[in-house]
Design a protein around this ligand. Structure first.
Ligand code: PGA
Length: 257
């Protein structure tokens, strides 16, 4: 069965003490609402800046239903790569997830599909769940090329994985025109793309793999629109940026399932 997930992408925000405060409010909420034991409730993942990983992972260790992830990792195991952080280091902090191919990494840091395939591989090698991001820019949507673009990203980034490896990956569909803009994909647009993604997984792998893959929506998902996005059959949760920085908003989103 596929898992529901509400994930917060803090991006380059929050000092350590602010991040700890936010984490503690989220943990409190999860505990008070018994989310860790209620069937059908989503798991929570917080994608923190690298420097907060150890502290947040220590703080949430042993709390069911709350996990921690990094926003990036490097393609290589170790060595003379000043400033980079390896998958093995991330794993050693207690984090369990890593974002791969967020559109900000693709556009600001020039990460190509080939680089992202390597990052996925090394993340899996170190038992991290890659949350692989895909999505089209506005011009591509206007030119009705969005399906083609997403298909290519998935083929190059992920579809070379074995069925067993692929089953460990989470996908996040994030139309770039919706990220941080306040413009959200309509529930129909999100469902249409998620169904398409599930269909191409079905064609590449099989029914079980397609049905078990968690596909998150990201892009201006907030406390007001989460419920109608999550109500769609193929939307298994969200990757939340701006609205994950305030405990109240993020917890409302968690409650939207
Ligand atoms: P946003 O960001 O919710 O602020 O649009 C989502 C993301 O970039 O993951």
């Amino acid at each position: 069965m596929r898992k529901k997930i509400v994930a917060g992408n803090w991006k380059m925000n929050l000092k350590l003490e602010e991040g700890m405060q936010l984490s503690s409010e989220i943990v409190e909420f999860v505990k008070n609402n018994h989310l860790e034991t209620l069937a059908g409730k989503p798991g929570v993942v917080m994608f923190t800046p690298f420097v907060h990983l150890t502290s947040v992972a220590d703080f949430t260790a042993g709390i069911k239903g709350v996990e921690v992830g990094a926003q990036n990792c490097y393609t290589e195991e170790k060595g003379a790569f000043t400033g980079e952080v390896s998958a093995e280091m991330i794993e050693s902090t207690g984090a369990t997830h890593v974002l791969v191919g967020h559109s900000e990494r693709r556009s600001f840091f020039g990460e190509t599909d080939e680089v992202l395939a390597k990052k996925t591989e090394i993340a899996l090698k170190h038992a991290l769940t890659p949350v692989f991001c895909c999505g089209e820019v506005l011009d591509e949507r206007n030119a009705e090329k969005h399906f083609e673009v997403v298909k290519k990203q998935l083929h190059k980034g992920l579809f070379w994985l074995s069925e067993e490896e692929f089953s460990k990956v989470v996908i996040a569909y994030e139309p770039v025109w919706a990220i941080g803009t306040g413009v959200t994909a309509s529930p129909a647009q999100a469902q249409e793309m998620h169904a398409f993604i599930r269909q191409i997984i079905r064609e590449k792998y099989n029914d079980k793999t397609a049905d078990d893959t968690t596909i998150l929506y990201g892009g201006s998902c907030n406390a007001k629109n989460a419920a109608e996005l999550f109500a769609n059959e193929d939307v298994d949760g969200g990757l939340i940026g701006g609205a994950s920085l305030k405990a109240e908003d993020f917890c409302t989103i968690i409650k939207s399932f």
